[in-house]
Design a protein around this ligand. Structure first.
Ligand SMILES: [Zn+2]
Ligand SMILES: [Zn+2]
Length: 243
């Protein structure tokens, strides 16, 4: 219950700041209908994926194979938690780059169909996309032997990150923050339709991976460039699955 209240408060704050300080001026309500239809379907699939990934059999199998177990018992839980986020985030960076290769692009295409980026639009993802991006965090969580009860904190962090990076918020601190974490402007560039920019800014939480692997791009002039593509509704069922 607490996680829903926390997420509701976060959404309300982001929605409010989008209204008073947008990066791009557009009416969210115009996009809401399309996003709502797509996101209802994709969220149902995400629930199935979550139940599958968090099932006892998946968790115990992963834990048996990859956990450091008692070797890292001396490390305080909060440090293990932070390390698991960093390692999982590196995995996300790698998997996200792979989804931009032709052989996995269909899994990711629906996410890049968004023409107007705002907090809710970030939830447009396919079933396979949802599975792929959750795996690295889940694996690193098991590596560091994080208790199952901590998963809800992890969930709140990842949902908040999704809302934050897709939010249409223009903050004075965006550039400074982007040296450490993914910011709205930083991720917005990833959605731009220019060939030289779509291969940039793959990170989810931390921007260090983009800086290390030279895929970081930051320029305020990119804010209003075209993003996304026109949806062809007959292809949408396949895109929601990601095949
Ligand atoms: Zn992408
Ligand atoms: Zn995105």
């Amino acid at each position: 219950m607490y996680q829903f209240i926390a997420i509701f408060i976060i959404v309300a704050l982001i929605h409010f700041y989008e209204s008073i300080s947008p990066l791009e001026k557009f009416k969210r309500i115009k996009n809401l209908k399309t996003d709502f239809i797509l996101i209802i379907f994709s969220s149902c699939l995400v629930l199935i994926i979550n139940n599958l990934l968090l099932s006892d059999i998946v968790l115990s199998t992963l834990n048996n194979f990859i956990s450091f177990r008692e070797k890292i018992n001396f490390i305080p839980l909060w440090i293990k938690f932070a390390l698991s986020l960093v390692v999982g985030d590196f995995g996300y960076y790698v998997f996200h780059r792979l989804m931009h290769k032709p052989y996995l692009w269909r899994a990711h295409q629906l996410h890049h169909s968004t023409k107007k980026i705002y907090w809710f639009s970030g939830l447009r993802t396919s079933l396979i996309n949802s599975l792929i991006v959750r795996l690295p965090y889940l694996i690193s969580f098991q590596m560091f032997n994080i208790p199952f009860e901590e998963f809800y904190i992890y969930g709140i962090i990842l949902v908040t990150v999704n809302f934050w990076v897709h939010s249409n918020i223009n903050t004075r601190f965006d550039k400074i923050l982007s040296f450490a974490i993914i910011t709205p402007r930083f991720h917005r560039i990833h959605h731009v339709n220019e060939k030289n920019l779509s291969g940039k800014n793959f990170g989810n939480i931390f921007s260090i991976w983009d800086f290390i692997f030279k895929t970081a791009e930051y320029n305020e002039k990119h804010d209003n460039l075209n993003k996304g593509e026109d949806l062809q509704w007959k292809k949408v069922p396949r895109q929601i699955i990601g095949i």
